[in-house]
Design a protein around this ligand. Structure first.
Ligand code: ZN
Length: 146
């Protein structure tokens, strides 16, 4: 003997909205999902609702509006190199950066300013004609003593 417990819920869940009926809506004043009274219907769908909490009339909103990210555009996280540069800035005077030039002769731990890459920190001088410089975009190998 099998007991049928699966009760199929084929009931249609179409809600009939009526003016004066209750509805949960986002209240633009209370900034909460609250009980509202339907004030106006458009195409059988709630258009305006009255908040039962603040008695304010406003457009019906079925859900909480998406929260705006504070400060507008969400800035991408600082890269490791940017953090590294920030740390270096604490120990070195970036305002004394020397203009980078291929003809220049640079030393380790010097601060330079590159016309494209910005402020850089000389990590290493692997050979007399090359310098390894850390920029906020990452380390780059540039020429010197040209
Ligand atoms: Zn309200």
């Amino acid at each position: 003997m099998t007991q049928e417990t699966t009760q199929e819920t084929t009931e249609e869940t179409t809600i009939e909205y009526i003016v004066g009926g209750d509805i949960i809506s986002w209240c633009t004043k209370c900034k909460l999902m609250l009980n509202h009274t339907i004030v106006a219907l458009v195409d059988e769908f709630p258009k305006k609702a009255k908040c039962k909490t603040c008695n304010g009339n406003h457009n019906y909103r079925s859900e909480e509006p998406k929260a705006k990210t504070p400060g507008g555009t969400r800035r991408t996280k600082k890269t490791d190199f940017e953090n590294q540069m920030a740390k270096l800035e604490e120990g070195y005077d970036f305002s004394k950066a020397k203009k980078y030039s291929m003809k220049g002769n640079f030393k380790k731990e010097q601060i330079i300013e590159h016309s494209d890459f910005g402020i850089g920190f000389i990590l290493n001088v692997p050979e007399s004609k090359k310098v390894e410089i850390l920029f906020k975009d990452g380390p780059k190998l540039l020429v010197q003593n040209r």
